[in-house]
Design a protein around this ligand. Sequence first.
Ligand code: ADP
Ligand code: MG
Length: 248
Amino acid sequence: MSRKERLRQEREQLIEEKGIIYLDQVSKEYEKNNVAALDGVTLSIKKGEFVFIVGDNGSGKSTLIRLLLRELTATEGDVYVMGQNLKKLRHRQVPRFRRNLGVVFQDFRLLPERNVFDNVAFAQRIIEVPQKDIRRNVPAILTTVGLAGKYKAKTNQLSGGEQQRVAIARALVNEPAILLADEPTGNLDPKNAWEIMQLLEEINEAGTTVIVVTHNREIVNAFRKRVITMRRGVIISDEEGGEYIDEN
Ligand code: ADP
Ligand code: MG
């Protein structure tokens, strides 16, 4: 067996045993800040799960997301994504690693002067997908998110809910195994928030592992998914079919 094949099998085995995401006693301290943003977090998420992460401002939710994206590295402990220990990832391996992850933010982060098609195609051009495949993939994913008719619209002419759909299409067009959403409904009215969350649920049902940071109590309580609650850098509750726990 080749070394490459052996490493692939080791990763597969780790995913099987520990999950597609696995944090082992992870702490993160920012420089200039002597409080731990994450403090000894151990966590395992299985392939295909849908997980809500909730908690007060400053409890460490975004820090967790950024560790998974390898935008940050842990001060202590190990972060494994897709069976890879991110500490051992070399700098030049990071772009390829990130193809495993799609990410969506509260503020959409679209190219404002570009149309919907180009915003989504952009993600494919970066990884040098051939033009003929882009012409097939982008309309397909825009249909999935319910924007098939809007591909020519400039994104700054869309509603918030539509803009978030574009961002989701862009996050998904390269078919990542994991979708991370950091407060995706934070800028949306209740109706659009529901629709976006339902879309994320459909994406999960089609096989993508989905992790959603949110403050939306009604949605969390209605969806009956796994809920991880954080407070001051630690997980204080982790329940299947859980509820939104109040600050107290
Ligand atoms: P949440 O997303 O739950 O609101 P964060 O992960 O953003 O929480 O922040 C956790 C803690 O880390 C907070 O105390 C915050 O002030 C601190 N923090 C976050 N980002 C930085 C940074 N870039 N530099 C210094 N401290 C930070
Ligand atoms: Mg945050």
